[in-house]
Every structure is written in C-alpha cells, then in structure tokens.
Write a protein that binds this ligand. Structure first.
Ligand code: PSU
Ligand code: MN
Length: 304
C-alpha cells in the first residue's frame, strides 16, 4: 500500500501503474453495494476489473474505508464490500463525513469522480449515471452526479441513463451545466437497457481517440468539468423498450406508494426492476458495464 498526504491509499497494482505512467480506469463501488444483488455484484466487479486489464489499462475500484479513500481494492476488500450489509452510499455531500467518521462507504458516480481526480485518474467506467428523476419539478430530486460532471474533469463512460429518470430533463440540465454528452457510434442518446432513448444525443463520436482528444482540449481550454460518454448497450444484450417499460412503470408506482425518497430511490427501483424481469435486466446491466469498461480502457490509453 502507498500512503500520500491526501487520505488516499493506492493498491499495489494502482501504485505501480501510476509510477509507470500507464493508463488507469476508475470504477465505482455503489454499483456493487446498492446497484446489484450478491453474489452477482462481486462476480461483476471482478469481471469488470479483468475487462479493463484485458483492454490494456489498470482498474482502480474506489471505496472509503477506515478514514481513507481506497484507489484500487484487493480481491478480499472487494469481496468484503460486496457482502457488507451496512455500507453508506456516498455522494459529494457525504464524502468528508464518511471519512471523518471512519465508516465504510461506497462511492457513487459523483464521489468516484472526486476520488479519481484526486488520484490523477482521467477516465471512469460505470453502468448508468444518476439524473433528473421523473417528477423532479415537485420533488427537486436531481442526482449530484450531474453537478459533478459540471465540476470535475473526469471522462465518464456510461450506457446513458435509465428510463426510470426523466431523460429529456436530464439532457437539459447537462446542457445548461456545460457537460458534453457524446453518444458513441450512433446519433441517439442510449437509455441503459435500450440502445436508443428516442432522443438525439447532443454530440457523437465513433473513435476513442476523438473522445480522448476532446478530453485533452477541455483541459487546454481550462474548462472545468468532465464529459459524459454514452455507450449503447451491446445489441445482443438489449432489452426492447416495450419489455422494460412496464417493469419501470410498476417500480415507479411502488416507490410512490411506499413513499421511497432521497438516496433510497435509485436502489429501490433497480431492485424492483431486477425482480420484475426475472434477472434479465441484471444480465443486461452486467453486459453493458463490461462493454463500458473496455471502451474506457481504450480512451484512457489514448489520453495517455
Ligand atoms: N444508475 C444505475 N445504476 C446505479 C446507479 C445509478 O443505473 O448503480 C448508482 C450510481 O452509483 C449513481 C447513483 O451515481 O446510483 C446515483 O444515485 P442518486 O440518484 O441518489 O444520486
Ligand atoms: Mn436523488
């Protein structure tokens, strides 16, 4: 383990990659603790790390433990996190408190971006980002992920955003906050389980080198914030809108009936949708995260 003046602990694998100047890809941990059930969460976390390695970069799964931000988890720590029953879901607002209290925290997209940037990592792969929830005009429920993309210079590779969110409003907020939204290989913004949301993406790039060039150009121009790279789910794993929409509607109705709010909303909806699709949505989720990990590794290699 390598200690730094910041409360960062780098795994040996990450420390070696940093010393060699070789490409790194950050990975979040909320997807492990709050986004997928045991044991698929642990299995997927390992496969995602391997996908990054096979594509020529070093994975850095990020989590908070005992007052330190861990950049890279060894297999035992990853397994313990995946099994742990009481892990904090940590976004920007919770990060310092979780560390100060010495609690175990899983990082969301927002918190993972902060940690990656502190560790000098430019590229991060996940499944889906948080966004503007349906009904946000009354609940004000807008994920801190969007604000983080506006502030922190990390390129985030995701399969778009889930249709549990209000996708038009999510794209509007990203535009207002100056976040480039780049669809990969197609014109439409992808909708997580579905390749298309039916909405055009503001930008399109077909080559990881272009995405890397845009990342470097933002740095050159002194623009704050990152990029959202929206990589559609592989065609073979896609769930058609007509199939996933009823599960989404049922989950949203159940969340409303039970008064689910704040941080619980996203994990609750994911859990209900996994159950309603007999695990098919989980298999799709795993396929798209692996694909995002591979693309992120290629972008990281181009950024250099
Ligand atoms: N969307 C998904 N899967 C996830 C999440 C979002 O499709 O696992 C997780 C991510 O960690 C994301 C967080 O950053 O939920 C957003 O939570 P909230 O909406 O409470 O900001
Ligand atoms: Mn929220």
């Amino acid at each position: 383990m390598t200690q730094t003046p910041l409360p960062l602990t780098l795994s040996p694998e990450v420390a070696a990659a940093r010393a060699a100047g070789s490409p790194l890809v950050a990975l979040e941990s909320t997807i492990i603790t709050h986004g997928m059930p045991w044991p698929q969460n642990a299995e997927t976390a390992r496969q995602v790390e391997d996908a990054v390695r096979e594509a020529g970069a070093t994975p850095a799964t990020i989590a908070l433990m005992a007052g330190r931000i861990h950049i890279g988890l060894d297999p035992d720590a990853l397994d313990a996190l995946a099994r742990a029953p009481e892990v904090m879901k940590v976004s920007r607002a919770d990060m310092a408190a979780c560390l100060a209290l010495g609690r175990t925290g899983a990082t969301t997209v927002a918190a993972t971006m902060i940690a990656a940037h502190l560790a000098g990592i430019s590229v991060f792969a996940t499944g889906g980002i948080g966004g503007v929830h349906r009904g946000a005009e009354t609940t004000f429920d807008i994920s801190a992920d969007l604000e983080e993309l506006a502030q922190t210079p990390v390129t985030v590779v995701a399969a778009g955003a889930k249709a549990i969110l209000d996708l038009p409003k999510t794209l509007e907020v990203l535009e207002t906050r100056g976040v480039p939204v780049i669809a990969v290989g197609q014109d439409d913004f992808p909708a997580f389980w579905s390749r298309s949301s039916g909405l055009p993406a503001p930008l399109r790039m077909d080559d990881p080198a272009q995405i890397a060039a845009a990342h470097r150009m933002r740095r050159t121009l002194g623009l704050p914030g990152g990029q959202l790279v929206a990589n559609p789910i592989p065609a073979w794993a896609e769930i058609p809108r007509a199939e996933i929409d009823p599960a989404i509607e049922a989950a949203l109705a159940e969340a409303a009936a039970q008064g689910i709010a704040a941080k619980q909303v996203t994990p609750f909806l994911l859990d209900r949708i996994f159950a309603a699709t007999a695990g098919r949505s989980l298999a799709a989720n795993i396929a798209l995260v692996l694909d995002n990990a591979r693309l992120a590794a290629r972008i990281a290699r181009e950024i250099g």
